[in-house]
Design a protein around this ligand. Sequence first.
Ligand code: ZN
Length: 231
Amino acid sequence: MGYYYYGYGIDFAYYGIVILSLFLGLITQSYIKRKYERWSKVDASFDGTGADVARQMLNEGGASSVGITSVAGHLTDYYDPRDNNLHLSEENMRGGSVASVAVACHEAGHAVQRAKDYAPMRVRTALVPVVNFSQNVWMLVFLAGVFMNAVGLVRIAIALFAFSVIFQLVTLPVEINASRRAVQFLETHGQGIDRQGAKEVLTAAALTYVAAALVSVVQLLYLMGRTDRRD
Ligand SMILES: [Zn+2]
């Protein structure tokens, strides 16, 4: 035939994936929001703020050189290995609720992972530049492949997309392990209420990563299946 048509228009499987993605995103986002709100009304058993407790966890985890700064927004907290700082949202930095302490310690958990050279963290950090590139270009390459009717380009696009799927899969153990470190720290230094709340908030947070990874895997399998059938 020679004519390669990807047929990306009306496809129920594709719309199924879009709906699955929106549905899981909505469910997991509202779940974490609900858990966070509930536990942000409960005072942690610690005297200090989220930043204070995170500082203690950093010091004990061999990551005392890590800085703590604030970042604007709600649930925007992250650890950046490039500047070696925890970036905590105002409410978690200055607040002393179970939710604030849990999130702050989760981010401290990432810094401790780095200090202890935790392997999945190292892999994830190494993948960041590759993924930044592949996430930006895969769709362009894909569309170019479809319009130019070039199956080779479509294959390259799918390989690029696969990188972000691998990245999301590597992210899962990193996130779960950071939460485990946080819960462990709160368990040994705080009280039952801290452990209970942290477990609920951080499990909800982990579910958002699991849902995102699941959608990506399904999307990748779909793209691979579509391309095979066109051979
Ligand atoms: Zn995290």
